[in-house]
Design a protein around this ligand. Structure first.
Ligand SMILES: C[S@@+](CC[C@H](N)C(=O)[O-])C[C@H]1O[C@@H](n2cnc3c(N)ncnc32)[C@H](O)[C@@H]1O
Length: 195
């Protein structure tokens, strides 16, 4: 934030999670379990992530109001919707999901929340993430690669771009600033594999 800028309201993760009920992002047979703090099965072996883990990841991402976010592994659309709520109508969120059936269902779940500044698209099987001019200020990854993907680090904005990504079972934060990339570790979690 530059000198003299209006202080931005801190994006409030707890408020976003209260406003966007998980039930809207679960198959009918799983909705009864929405309040349980555990991952819930979608299909094809994929899951709706554990709420406390989602909250931790969103906090670590430090999403600014008006920000642009890439959400890799968007699944049910829940994280895409939460990010949309955090950035607000002045921001934008692109969710990418590799499983085409999940991507269709996740896009419909997201559309029902009426936040048209967020979209959920099928990921191209041969391209990880989505390279854009100038890079993404924020990237969230909800599936775990075996090692840090250079393609995604390269898609981060060079001036303060921040990515939250599980690598194997360690949650990592990648920051690109002042010509350097720094990586910090934030505990152990279990994730479905990034494919
Ligand atoms: C934990 S799940 C879904 C979490 C999701 N954010 C949610 O809120 O429901 C992670 C998703 O990543 C997807 N995935 C795996 N590899 C991917 C890739 N290369 N690009 C996009 N999505 C991928 C999986 O199909 C799976 O649906």
């Amino acid at each position: 934030m530059g000198m003299g800028a209006d202080p931005q309201r801190a994006a409030d993760v707890a408020d976003a999670m209260r406003a966007l009920a998980r039930t809207g992002f679960l198959p009918a047979e799983q909705r009864a379990y929405a309040a349980q703090d555990r991952p819930l099965p979608l299909w094809h072996g994929q899951t709706n992530s554990q709420p406390s883990t989602v909250a931790t990841m969103l906090r670590l991402l430090e999403v600014p109001v008006g920000g642009r976010v890439l959400d890799v592994g968007a699944g049910s659309g829940w994280t895409t919707a939460l990010l949309a709520r955090l950035v607000g109508p002045g921001g934008s969120v692109l969710g990418l999901e590799l499983d085409p059936q999940l991507a269709r269902w996740g896009a419909a779940n997201l559309a029902a929340q009426r936040m048209p500044w967020a979209t959920l698209e099928p990921a191209a099987p041969d391209v990880l993430g989505r390279p854009v001019e100038g890079g993404w200020p924020r990237i969230l990854v909800s599936a775990a690669p075996r090692s840090m993907p250079a393609e995604l680090v390269a898609q981060l904005a060079e001036d303060g771009g921040r990515m939250v990504i599980p690598v194997r079972s360690t949650l990592q934060v990648v920051l690109r600033a002042e010509g350097r990339t720094t990586v910090t570790s934030h505990g152990s979690y279990s994730f479905v594999p990034l494919r």
